[in-house]
Design a protein around this ligand. Structure first.
Ligand code: BGC
Length: 355
């Protein structure tokens, strides 16, 4: 009889407990805000992170903002209202989030800047990215060795491009590139016929392929129409390289008499790896989004469980208000000679993706 009462009580209590248990779905909610679906990498970043966070039992709200700043701010506001505990943000305009992040801070939401630093606010807690300066160094060194500048060859004609002025990364890539190329420009071994070298005149708003194509068209018309040789084009990423290739192709490059110039990139997007295989683009820099996503998932999990958050750089990334503790992943050089090993053998792409 006693045991019957005990069982009945236990059943009653557990019914009471589970019936009244608070809905804790929002207490494990993580907001992930990505800039755009128009570029392959951000789709991979977003889906890798969602899958890895869900595997650890988190609920994930993943949003893409179509490269529109107001849309991204709105999405972040919604995530905060829904009770997100951590926001992971790949910003569109790194300086446009101060207000919404004040709101996040007020609600004790932790903020991780993803890939791109969030500028001019104290309310960003961590930054996870690749070593962006090193990306630029890899691109610069490639041009130097491909042209044979390091063996005293030259002079060569080159044109420079940079990424979106509202993305801090664009400036850091440029600093890395120029740390290698500037001495050759100064010594006259690299000639920039357009004389367009300062960041603002070479930057492409929104990392837009069409705008890069239009600028390359203008450069060709103004400086290369009388048969001047173009030896190299420095492109900081793959979306710009796509526009530059289109312009070169339309203007008659890609023949034995007029071969494509040395052309750099970054991201190893599928169309660009195909362009590397076919000889239109010379190299790209691989930033394995699986690695970055895994790092950020570890950061989120550490925050949520009160463990120290892993960082490996506390000196480099000053956002105008503070140095943001960062984790830098390593970028990897890719060209025709090693893409098979780095991209296919590693399982990142299938061979059929690149046909
Ligand atoms: C990223 C690059 C990307 C570019 C355009 C940068 O912030 O680091 O990987 O190519 O944005 O989306």
């Amino acid at each position: 009889m006693k045991s019957l009462i005990a069982i009945t009580l236990a059943v009653l209590m557990s019914a009471l407990f589970f019936g009244c248990a608070p809905d804790n779905s929002s207490s494990k909610l993580i907001g992930v805000a990505m800039p755009t679906q128009s570029l392959q990498r951000w789709n991979q970043d977003g889906s890798n992170m969602k899958a890895q966070l869900e595997a650890k039992g988190y609920k994930v709200e993943l949003q893409y903002a179509n490269n529109d700043v107001n849309t991204q701010v709105q999405q972040l506001e919604n995530m905060i209202t829904e009770g997100a505990r951590v926001l992971v943000i790949a910003s569109i305009d790194g300086s446009a989030l101060s207000e919404v992040l004040k709101e996040a801070k007020a609600r004790k939401v932790e903020v991780i800047a993803y890939d791109r630093l969030i500028m001019n606010t104290p309310n960003v807690d961590y930054y996870a990215t690749f070593d962006n300066f090193k990306v630029g160094v890899i691109q610069g060194q490639f041009i130097v060795s491909k042209l044979g500048l390091d063996q005293g060859k030259g002079p060569f004609n080159m044109e420079l491009f940079a990424g979106s002025p509202d993305d801090n990364n664009a400036k850091v890539f440029n600093q890395g590139e120029m740390s290698i190329l500037q001495p050759y420009i100064d010594s006259g071994k690299i000639v920039i016929p357009s004389k367009q070298t300062d960041f603002s005149s070479i930057a492409i708003q929104g990392w837009d392929s069409g705008k890069a194509q239009a600028r390359m068209d203008n450069l060709i018309t103004a400086f290369y129409s009388k048969g001047r040789k173009l030896d190299a084009v420095l492109s900081p990423n793959d979306s710009l390289a796509i526009g530059i290739i289109a312009s070169l192709k339309n203007n008659g490059w890609g023949t034995p008499q007029k071969p494509y110039p040395v052309l750099t990139g970054q991201d190893c997007d599928k169309p660009n790896v195909k362009a590397i295989i076919s000889g239109q683009q010379s190299m790209s820099v691989f930033k394995d989004t699986r690695t970055l996503a895994a790092q950020v998932v570890d950061m989120v999990d550490s925050i949520m469980s009160g463990r120290p958050v892993p960082v490996n750089d506390t000196k480099t990334y000053f956002n105008g208000v503070k140095i943001v503790p960062s984790f830098l992943c390593q970028p990897v050089f890719v060209d025709k000679t090693n893409y098979q090993k780095i991209l296919i053998d590693s399982g990142y792409y299938k061979a059929s993706d690149l046909q």
